[in-house]
Design a protein around this ligand. Structure first.
Ligand code: BTN
Length: 324
């Protein structure tokens, strides 16, 4: 159930430039005008800047500079992604919370966001450092109507969304390293962890975990990954507004997801390959079974990496890492 305050924020957010009268709020929320006024005072205590003009009504001028369900939703122009936000100041992992919510029937597009994770999870059971207020640590609950073996397509789609936002909105030069690391200047800036609950022919839900190093200085990244990792700030010497970056990612995600639903995977594949890290180059591929050398030629419909070996045979690689 949405709280009255969240409803007020929603109503004011859909009318950012205009004022919403106390009477309209009171009619729509079925509470008195003086109750509305009290809620406004509470919102101000939370750091919202609210303009109240006699005979016109209320307008949110600025939201507080911290993450919360409300600040993520204020000014978020999406139809389904982030309509339901769960925010935690600190949590072991947003993935855990998302799984629980999904089991409890959370809707498609529900998101979990944390300021800090104390046991953030990466791929291959690795640790994911998630320092307080330094990055985007979020898990998206999706219920796509696709066969389970195609689920990796959603991960690849997510990687293209991040790359697009970094490139088109932040003017950076990202690459996607198979399967789903976002690289800038040969260093990893973001990673995606996909987990799924499915039956043989039906996905119950997918959790897309996104971790982005945003505002860390280089020396704030853990020592053991400093040679291989970076943050948006370290790479561009700019500090970023985390809430606004989350919103841009959600808006773009919805757009790309709609394209995927309409046109299918080819459009995602093409975009992914346009960002492909070391595509067309000879590299080392490490899998559980072996380490081999091959030229990376692209990705397959099921998310596998296509690697061309010396005898010209093209093989699909399903799990492992590209080394360099
Ligand atoms: C990787 O590159 O290894 C994937 C990293 C994924 C990290 C994100 S942060 C939000 C979500 N919660 C987690 O515990 N992990 C993912």
């Amino acid at each position: 159930m949405e709280s009255t305050r969240t409803k007020i924020i929603h109503l004011l957010s859909s009318n950012e430039k205009t004022y919403v009268s106390g009477q309209e709020l009171s009619d729509r929320l079925h509470i008195s005008r003086s109750a509305i006024w009290k809620h406004m005072k509470e919102l101000e205590k939370d750091g919202y800047l609210i303009e109240a003009i006699r005979n016109k009504g209320y307008r949110i001028v600025k939201s507080p500079n911290k993450l919360s369900e409300n600040t993520v939703q204020w000014g978020l122009h999406t139809d389904w992604l982030g309509k339901n936000v769960v925010h935690k100041e600190s949590t072991p992992s947003t993935q855990q919370i998302a799984h629980q919510l999904a089991r409890d029937h959370a809707s498609h597009g529900t998101v979990v966001i944390a300021d800090e994770q104390t046991a953030g999870k990466g791929r291959l059971n690795r640790e994911w450092h998630s320092a307080k207020n330094k990055g985007i640590w979020t898990s998206l609950i999706l219920r796509p109507a696709i066969l389970p073996y195609l689920a990796p397509q959603i991960t690849l789609l997510t990687a293209t969304v991040l790359a697009d936002v970094f490139k088109k909105e932040l003017n950076l030069d990202p690459k996607i390293k198979w399967p789903n690391d976002i690289m800038i200047n040969d260093r990893k800036v973001a990673g995606i962890l996909t987990e799924m609950q499915a039956e043989q022919d039906q996905i119950q839900y997918i959790i897309i975990g996104i971790g982005i190093n945003v505002n860390q200085e280089m020396n704030e990244l853990p020592e053991d990954i400093q040679q291989k990792a970076t943050s948006l700030r370290a790479t561009s010497e700019k500090e970023y507004d985390i809430t606004s970056l989350i919103q841009r990612i959600f808006v773009h995600f919805e757009k790309v997801y709609a394209e995927y639903e309409t046109y299918g995977f080819p459009i995602i594949k093409e975009r992914w390959e346009s960002y492909g890290y070391r595509l067309g180059e000879r590299t080392t591929i490490k899998t559980m079974k072996e380490t081999s050398e091959a030229v990376l030629v692209g990705i397959a419909e099921d998310g596998a990496l296509l690697a061309q070996y010396d005898n010209d045979s093209i093989k699909k690689v399903y799990s492992g890492e590209i080394d360099w």
